[in-house]
Ligand binder design. Structure first.
Ligand code: PHE
Length: 447
């Protein structure tokens, strides 16, 4: 999309921004991170962070993007000329690059499952057998790298052509469909034998399990699911006409996100406990649980295939935003350049991501800080780069933007009471920097 192009409607913008937000973060990452961090308490802290940090930060990125009407780097230059703040955008580009390098690995896993489900290989097995099939497939270097490439090719094709209009249209059907399917899945999961244990695990906080790492991961999870700290939302909101309300859009996106996180948790944990699986299984958790839950549904295979298609779509709309922010900075609205750079950057991400794709196979034993390459990339992005980017954005807004201008920007299209504005401003100016720093330093053992 060129810089002068705009979203066809507020709904279009919301769908694209929600498309960026809703993805693997809520559906894949949340269940496994909550599973590793004791469940309920993690969920509660995640919700708290989403409301007091995620939502205000999302609104901060929106204000920057729409005030400057520019890409992730030039927006900072427009607002604070002759300063070094544009580096926040560069940090966002780097974060996006690493993020997509392992995100595409998981995107590839969805493609593997889709292929297996469509060709009838995912039918009538026991949950151990499903896990075996999945484990051996992703351990195969050719398959895991091949499907990662396939996922990236789909992303490159869309971003290089700038066909967001088509995506906008598709989202109008795909997103609601995803919600409906998830609801069916939740109903099945919570009526399984022994489901209560899973519901309790997710909804009953046990604070004895909370460590400084849990708090850091809950904060990282909240930034990850909302796509904040990367300036993706700066880029997206720059395409939004001045007639639309930013606070309303931010609230819709946050609500949708919390809802999908809740649905994902309620679909996964009852099943995990009912089938006697391990909630702390890590990144493979969702993939181990899903086929068994679906096989418990009438027409389970059909539902499973439909779910995978929607899940793949949700992952792709997030992936588009990651590549989009990099390409829009480099191509500056020039369509020819956009095509070229979408391919160059996309393929570079593929190369950098290969070791992550091999982390469940030939490179499984290569670890640093007790983490595989895949886990390390995920950890670095979620728990270091996203909080750092968010911290800088929270500093930038009160330092470089006038409070009255911000109030006017957020007032456009209606919807923001003075008191709420003051609360938001306070959270950005003091709440976010202090909290983010405290959580990061605490996890490092410095305070
Ligand atoms: N929010 C996306 C998800 O949950 C991930 C993402 C993070 C996308 C940061 C863009 C920027 O899947």
């Amino acid at each position: 999309m060129s810089q002068k192009e705009q979203w066809s409607s507020r709904l279009g913008f919301i769908l694209a921004a929600a498309g960026s937000a809703i993805g693997l973060g809520a559906i894949w990452k949340f269940p496994y991170t909550a599973g590793q961090n004791g469940g309920g308490a993690f969920f509660l802290i995640f919700i708290l962070f989403t409301l007091i940090l995620g939502l205000p930060l999302l609104l901060a990125e929106f204000s920057i993007g729409r005030t400057a009407q520019n890409n992730a780097v030039d927006s900072y230059k427009t607002i604070a000329p002759k300063s070094k703040w544009y580096r926040v955008g560069i940090l966002g580009m780097i974060t996006s690059f690493i993020l997509l390098s392992f995100y595409s690995v998981v995107g590839g896993w969805i493609i593997v499952y889709l292929y297996k489900a469509v060709t009838g290989q995912m039918y009538g097995l026991s949950s151990d057998e499903y896990m075996g099939v999945f484990g051996s497939t992703i351990a195969n270097p050719f398959i895991s790298v091949g499907v990662q490439l396939l996922f990236l090719l789909m992303t490159i094709l869309v971003v290089s052509r700038g066909v967001e209009k088509g995506i906008e249209k598709a989202s109008k059907i795909m997103m609601p469909a995803l919600f409906i399917l998830f609801t069916i899945l939740v109903i099945r999961a919570i009526t399984l034998d022994g489901a209560m244990e899973g519901i309790t695990f997710l909804l009953q906080p046990d604070f004895s399990k909370v460590t400084s790492q849990t708090i850091l991961e809950a904060m990282g999870q909240s930034f990850f699911t909302l796509s904040v700290g990367v300036s993706v939302m700066v880029t997206y909101s720059s395409y939004l006409p001045k007639t639309q309300s930013l606070p309303r859009s931010a609230i819709s996106i946050v609500s949708l996100n919390i809802l999908i996180v809740l649905l994902a948790g309620l679909a996964i944990f009852p099943a995990v406990f009912s089938f006697g699986l391990e909630p702390g299984a890590g990144p493979v958790l969702l993939f181990n649980v899903l086929p068994t839950v679906f096989s418990q549904l009438p027409f389970g295979m059909l539902f499973f295939i439909a779910f995978l298609v929607l899940f793949l779509f949700a992952a792709l709309t997030s992936a588009f935003s990651m590549l989009e922010i990099i390409v829009s900075v480099i191509s500056k609205g020039d369509l020819e350049k956009r095509k070229k750079w979408a391919w160059i950057i996309g393929l570079a991400i593929f190369v950098v991501g290969i070791p992550s794709a091999l982390s469940y196979g030939v490179l499984a034993d290569i670890t640093l800080f007790e983490k595989t390459i895949f886990d390390l990339a995920d950890y670095t992005v979620s728990n270091i780069l996203l909080p750092l980017g968010s911290l800088l954005i929270a500093l930038f807004v009160p330092l470089k933007m006038k409070k009255t201008a911000l109030y006017e920007e957020l007032q456009l299209g209606g919807g923001l009471k003075k008191g709420l504005f003051e609360t938001w401003y306070f959270l950005i100016r003091f709440g976010a920097p202090i909290l983010i720093l405290a959580v990061m330093l605490d996890a490092l053992g410095i305070i």
